[in-house]
Design a binder for this molecule. Structure first.
Ligand code: ADP
Length: 328
């Protein structure tokens, strides 16, 4: 029996991924490689649905791929590629767009949130969930690791797959959500009421994977806590300390309970100092490796071209099928 096919994508919308991206998504990418047949995609076509600078986008796509490799996404065990290098995504999106009702597309809440923040809203931003459905259905994906924020889009992908199959005959696998190992949302270090985010976090609130190790240490040590001086998990009353406990448990591969016991009677200074070392040790080498991948342009190109070729090989099979069914 074959391994489940997994597809996941991430937008190249910042110069570095942050700790929230890693703990909430990318950590699973690395973990899923062995027990599944995984495709991982830097979705640059999604990134042009809002304002962007072409040079910056190009660079960010490469930096994103390099970071994924540095984190342990292994092109020998999965298919890693850049979306725009596989034209079948856009081809299938066109077909699926013609199967999507205006009403159902209009119900996507992320569009409402994102368009409210833009000066100029594009049709591309509106049809974004249809391109995402194409990304997934193109590879006959069984499972899609998704966070809460992408649930509604995955539901649309499932509806479109089912409807197309019913109307034209079996063409697509209807993908299931893969519920990722429960990770609490990582909170902003300087404002633990908010989630850690590249767009809304201030300079100290977001821990970037490409931060220098000393910058990481500083950010952890200056994280907002409370005046109780007890390392205890209490999301409501102690959101700062609870966030640090979540980070420590995840990065240090331990549990909150064990950490509470270890730090009983100790102050925040000890706790933060140890966490700063755990984080710097875990991600310091990622930054170094990312720079190594970026320094060898030919090798990075080779990896991404090979990934795109493998992806296209699978994608053309689905496109051939869908084209026949639709009457092309
Ligand atoms: P941002 O909020 O910084 O713009 P994205 O929306 O690009 O991040 O998120 C990419 C992935 O990272 C998504 O799967 C999302 O669920 C995950 N993610 C982002 N921020 C966090 C966070 N603070 N905690 C946990 N997961 C997160």
């Amino acid at each position: 029996d074959r391994k489940p096919r997994v597809f996941s994508g991430i937008q190249p919308t910042s110069d570095s991924f942050h700790l929230g991206n890693y703990l909430g998504a990318l950590r699973q990418w690395v973990a899923l490689q062995d027990d599944s047949d995984a495709l991982y995609c830097v979705v640059d076509q999604h990134a042009i649905t809002v304002d962007h600078d072409p040079k910056v986008l190009h660079e960010r796509s490469r930096v994103s791929a390099a970071q994924l490799l540095a984190l342990g996404v292994d092109p020998e065990r999965c298919i890693l590629f850049i979306q725009s290098q596989v034209p079948e995504h856009a081809m299938l999106a066109w077909i699926l767009g013609s199967e999507t009702g205006m009403g159902e597309a209009s119900r996507m809440t992320q569009f409402k949130d994102k368009s409210a923040k833009q000066e100029r809203t594009t049709v591309g931003l509106f049809t974004y969930p249809i391109l995402m459905a194409a990304d997934i259905l193109l590879y006959q994906t069984d499972q899609v690791p998704v966070g809460e924020d992408q649930r509604q889009h995955l539901e649309l992908s499932r509806d479109l797959a089912g409807r197309f199959n019913t109307t034209y005959g079996k063409t697509f696998i209807v993908p299931e959500p893969y519920i990722v190992k429960e990770t609490a949302t990582i909170k902003d270090l300087s404002d633990p009421e908010k989630k850690m985010s590249k767009t809304s976090s201030g300079p100290r609130g977001c821990l970037y994977l490409l931060d220098d190790a000393n910058v990481m240490r500083k950010k952890i040590k200056s994280a907002v806590t409370d005046s109780e001086a007890q390392v205890r998990y209490d999301l409501e009353h102690k959101p700062g300390v609870s966030n640090l406990l979540n980070i420590y448990a995840a990065v240090g591969d331990t549990t909150v309970e064990k950490l509470e016991a270890d730090y009983a009677g100790k102050g925040y200074g000890d706790f933060k100092g140890d966490l700063a070392e755990v984080v710097a040790e875990a991600f310091g080498p990622v930054a170094v490796k990312t720079r190594e991948y970026l320094a060898d342009k030919a090798e990075l190109d080779r990896i991404l071209t090979a990934g795109a070729e493998k992806a296209r090989h699978l994608a053309t099979r689905t496109i051939d099928k869908a084209y026949k069914k639709i009457g092309f």
